[in-house]
Design a protein around this ligand. Structure first.
Ligand SMILES: [Zn+2]
Ligand SMILES: [Zn+2]
Length: 434
């Protein structure tokens, strides 16, 4: 998983390698698993939108500055500017993804239609029974398709928990070591602590992290506290199994949907398909109810894309065109962005000069309503953007997909109108040049 850049928008989800994709401007983090934070370090300089729990873990684990972390409450719509001037906004709603602590799905609503990015998620019917996802038309669905394979049978988490309990009961004299990722499966561990009346032994670093999550008090650092302990998944190996068994009879449990390895059997390592990703059947149900207009699998592999294409024949009319308001294009080019152009007269000249390169043929709403934009810059940009209204729509040389309505649009007095740029017309050439 290498993150998603949502086409024709400044939105990036779990995507942190921006050197070559400089048009990404708004950064969203779905959860703190390492495959979703690759490239994110303490030197990060842009604002990050995430859930409050993810925000806490992000600062603790990667030392990203608190001032850059924008924690958004779940289940309510948040308005976010899509340009420097506040001309265009979108609404984002965070929805519990039922995956690991702090994990969320993002529902984006704006000029691009309605986009749902699931991040990693385990489907539960309640997700589609309540707002904002009940009766919502989804134009584009970015789907966690990890387990989207008819051959992959997965039990519910409750059934998998029972399997785990049975294995522990069959080994009453053994210590039990769980191999886990840094975050995830905490609820399972709390349940096992209660069932077997044992403290859960973790490393001091893991305990610090768990304390942030304000879970029930069942975890403890240091040996001797209980027969169940947690280590990193990669630490469940042949060498350690030998070592642990020399001290005391020990079994290991790996709660994961990944297949068992050959050596596991010989070393009393039990792989139980406890998954924090939706099963194939759950994904089918999710798609059947949601009926997205188009689908983008997050995990790319050919087989899955074919299956999804077959399966999710859009039942609703898809959006044929995406309107990219020029002020958003200006934003995506980094114009007016102090990090790139700095402050002062020279910087402003550069901003205005660059803004002249945006495609022609647009009609803007009045900037006066957007009082929070700098008055000076607002005036200059307004005049440049207004002049666009007299020009043609798309002048990129390689554009072969001009809309039929090519040419200037008449202002019919309605605010917020802009010309239609079909997908292929987004002038990346201009962006690259800058
Ligand atoms: Zn994950
Ligand atoms: Zn993942």
């Amino acid at each position: 998983m290498s993150g998603t850049l949502i086409a024709n928008t400044p939105i990036a989800v779990d995507f942190w390698r921006i050197q070559k994709k400089r048009h990404a401007r708004l950064f969203f983090l779905s959860h703190m698993h390492s495959d979703h934070t690759a490239g994110l370090t303490s030197t990060w300089r842009h604002r990050i939108y995430c859930s409050p729990v993810t925000g806490k873990i992000l600062h603790h684990q990667l030392q990203v500055k608190k001032s850059l972390i924008c924690s958004l409450e779940l289940a309510v719509g948040h308005k976010i500017d899509l340009d420097e001037l506040g001309l265009q906004t979108m609404t984002v709603t965070l929805i519990d993804a039922n995956h690991c602590p702090g994990s969320v799905m993002f529902l984006f609503e704006g000029y691009f239609g309605t986009i749902l990015h699931t991040g990693d998620f385990r489907y539960h019917p309640s997700m589609l029974q309540h707002p904002p996802l009940n009766n919502t038309r989804i134009d584009v669905l970015y789907l966690d398709n990890t387990n989207f394979s008819p051959n992959k049978k997965l039990p519910s988490r409750e059934e998998a928990t029972k399997q785990i309990k049975d294995i522990i009961k069959e080994h009453p004299e053994h210590d039990v070591v769980f191999g886990l990722y840094k975050i995830g499966k905490e609820k399972l561990m709390v349940e096992l602590a209660k069932e077997f009346k044992s403290r859960i032994v973790v490393s001091p670093q893991k305990l610090e992290l768990l304390n942030l999550l304000e879970l029930e008090d069942v975890f403890e650092a240091g040996g001797g506290a209980g027969r169940i302990s947690v280590v990193q998944e990669s630490d469940v190996n042949r060498l350690n199994m030998n070592h642990w068994n020399q001290a005391h009879p020990t079994i290991a449990i790996l709660p994961t949907s990944r297949p068992a390895k050959e050596w596991h059997k010989n070393y009393d390592v039990h792989v139980v398909p406890y998954s924090d990703h939706s099963s194939y059947q759950e994904l089918q149900e999710f798609l059947n109810i949601l009926k997205p207009c188009s689908l983008e699998p997050i995990v790319k592999h050919q087989m899955c894309e074919v299956l999804l294409k077959d399966y999710a024949q859009p039942l609703k009319k898809p959006l044929l065109e995406i309107k990219v308001p020029p002020s958003v294009q200006v934003f995506m080019m980094g114009l007016g962005c102090p990090e790139r152009y700095g402050q002062g007269k020279a910087a402003k000249r550069q901003v205005v000069q660059a803004a002249r390169q945006i495609p022609k043929g647009v009609v803007f709403e009045a900037l006066e309503e957007h009082a929070h934009a700098s008055k000076d810059l607002r005036g200059e940009l307004q005049s440049v953007l207004n002049s666009c209204a007299a020009g043609s729509l798309c002048h990129t040389e390689d554009c072969t997909n001009r809309p039929l309505s090519y040419g200037p649009k008449k202002n019919d007095g309605k605010k917020g109108r802009y010309s239609i740029l079909p997908r292929k017309c987004v002038p990346w050439r201009h962006i690259k040049k800058l």
